[in-house]
Design a protein around this ligand. Sequence first.
Ligand code: ACM
Length: 269
Amino acid sequence: MWKVGYFQFRPLFGKVERNVERVVHALREVEADLLVLPELAFTGYYFQNRQEALALAEDPDDSPTVQILTALCKGGNFHLVTGFAERRGDQCYNSALLIGPEGVIHIYRKLHLFHEEKHWFDPGDLPPAVTRINGVGIGMMVCFDWIFPETMRTLTLLGADIVCHPSNLVLSYCQQTMISRCLENGVFAITANRIGTDTRAHGRIRFTGKSQIVAPKGVLLHRGPSRKEELYITTIDPREARDKQITSLNHLLRDRRPEFYGPLMAKNP
Ligand code: ACM
């Protein structure tokens, strides 16, 4: 059995150190195996331009934030998936990091950038991947990736048992849709959304909270509040995600007919 959960909170735009402190304070005494934080958990979301995103982003290989989070994982003996503004030279990615007691284990770079993110970030340039932690398949995707079912299907085909989904949601459709994503793929999903607003000179964005955990049969195990912080942890059996049988004669993956799905592989129309 695994103890999994999320920390839904209100990052303050541009206050990286304060946001890191907030997370450390909240997670310092938890007992868990896997925790998920929101997208861009330390920088905030509503950048003015690419220069501002680059200035706040960090290179994970040389990042005070990563060092502190690694120590946090070591202290609590858990793994953490967090949204992270990733700088690599002149490149800037909206990433998710899988961090454990020994440091960064895997980096996912958001493939499907939402709206003005296209002005701030480079699109992800790495294929989705699944990392095994104590035999459990951990996949990552970031926020708007949810609207492209290919993302979660790919993670499922790669062996994900739990899809970790750091988010800064602004539209209202994701939470409901993730119930279907879990049912159609037979996996767990942990959507960690933020709350509050980013109020900047160029505008204001409100985020919708309601972080949630969904089980493989499309069962909503928990959904959080829309405006309050919440640290939520529950116990799951990741092996439930190995049962892809729908009826005695139907299997979620083996019944697919990829020979007829050619258009899915074609370049954009
Ligand atoms: C989003 O992808 N942050 C909506």
